[in-house]
Design a protein around this ligand. Structure first.
Ligand SMILES: C[S@@+](CC[C@H](N)C(=O)[O-])C[C@H]1O[C@@H](n2cnc3c(N)ncnc32)[C@H](O)[C@@H]1O
Length: 197
């Protein structure tokens, strides 16, 4: 599941992830989903990433590991102070802290104020706000960029509206990760939003 180990940093991150494989208890993504995010970033050479919903930092470590390859940086947002502090400690231990700007904030307020542009987004916070996060990030996402969201297999209100919305957009190409239990949507931005009359 792990990427090929080529550098000291790779060794440090992998060791941290292996040592903590059974310690993720705060709604964190499984390893396979982390690796999916890693692959998308490295394959597309993305450098400006945003994560909504850090928790204790498992997915952010995978994203930051990928950004260590591309020369990029992640802004990740968490509302819960205890989780945010734990995530920051984990980033240091994993050796990826210099690739992460971890913000303690309500993403409802912070996401609209983020200055653009970005090329990768992972949405994994409050499900009922998913569509709003997408609508807010869309103008800040570069063409060729990618908006991913977790738990899209959950047929609950919020997720349902988000999924229906992204699938209705011709200027995005959306697919779903098959090997993910929770479901991850992957939406590539093909063009800017068309002007409406
Ligand atoms: C599913 S967990 C994220 C897991 C994380 N992505 C991982 O895989 O390690 C969702 C997190 O979003 C946070 N959250 C919920 N609503 C939020 C909001 N409005 N702003 C910022 N964070 C929020 C929760 O406190 C929780 O820690």
């Amino acid at each position: 599941q792990y990427p090929e180990i080529k550098t000291n940093l790779d060794r440090k991150v992998k060791t941290f992830l292996e040592e903590n494989v059974n310690n993720w208890r705060d709604m964190n993504v499984p390893i396979s989903d982390g690796k999916t995010l890693y692959d998308i970033i490295v394959e597309n050479n993305y450098t400006k990433a945003v994560e909504i919903g850090t928790s204790t930092g498992h997915s952010a470590i995978w994203i930051a590991w990928a950004l260590s390859k591309t020369g990029g940086k992640l802004i990740t947002i968490e509302i819960d102070k205890k989780r945010w502090l734990e995530a920051k400690a984990n980033f240091k231990k994993a050796g990826v802290d210099k690739f992460i700007d971890a913000r303690l904030a309500d993403a409802h307020d912070l996401v609209p104020s983020l200055p653009g542009k970005y090329d990768f987004v992972f949405s994994d916070a409050d499900k009922y706000w998913y569509k709003n996060y997408f609508v807010t990030m869309d103008p800040k996402l570069k063409v060729g960029g990618c908006f991913t969201a977790h738990n899209t297999s959950m047929r609950i209100s919020g997720i349902r509206e988000f999924v229906e919305y992204i699938e209705s957009l011709d200027y995005y190409k959306t697919s779903y990760v098959r090997n993910s239990r929770s479901g991850i949507s992957i939406s590539y931005k093909k063009a800017e939003k068309p002007e409406t009359n």
